[in-house]
Design a protein around this ligand. Structure first.
Ligand code: IDP
Ligand code: MG
Length: 136
């Protein structure tokens, strides 16, 4: 039984700015992920608002959308067995201060808002988020 999944990962502006793209990609590859698609883009705030619509009632929504659109990001479609959960595990907790050793956010995250990576939180959202960035 194969349960190969695809999920969406984003290297956020704080990490792109620190030139961590290759180092973070190596972590994915070393952990069994294939990077199927990858592109460096800069999005408008209105696009960030659409992407993060699920958080629109949160107090941090405006800052979050300003932040994601503040500089270049790398969006990636990555693949492996159990990709969605395994990516969440590899990313670590939302707040880097709470992230476990060996996770990307523990290693590179600066703060709860500048936490270096995004990852889809369910298979359903992975499909939606992959379409958001890669639908032609
Ligand atoms: P996740 O990225 O671990 O899935 P979410 O709860 O989906 O976390 O929140 C989306 C993003 O919003 C987080 O990655 C983080 O950048 C930001 N965020 C979440 N909670 C807070 C907060 O309490 N203050 C400021 N920013 C937050
Ligand atoms: Mg989330």
């Amino acid at each position: 039984m194969s349960n190969i999944e695809k999920t969406l990962s984003i290297i956020k502006p704080d990490a792109v700015e620190r030139n961590l793209e290759n180092e973070i990609k190596k972590i994915f590859i070393d952990n069994g992920f294939k990077i199927i698609k990858s592109k460096k883009i800069k999005i408008e705030k209105s696009e960030a608002e659409k992407f993060y619509k699920v958080h629109e009632t949160k107090p941090f929504y405006n800052d979050l959308c300003s932040y994601l659109s503040s500089g270049p990001i790398i969006v990636m479609m990555i693949e492996k067995a159990n990709a969605v959960l395994d990516n969440r595990e590899l990313m670590g907790a939302t707040n880097p201060k709470e992230a476990k050793d060996g996770t990307i956010r523990k290693k590179f995250g600066i703060s709860i808002d500048k936490n270096s990576v995004h990852g889809s939180d369910s298979l359903e959202n992975a499909k939606i988020e992959i379409d958001f960035f890669f639908k032609d």
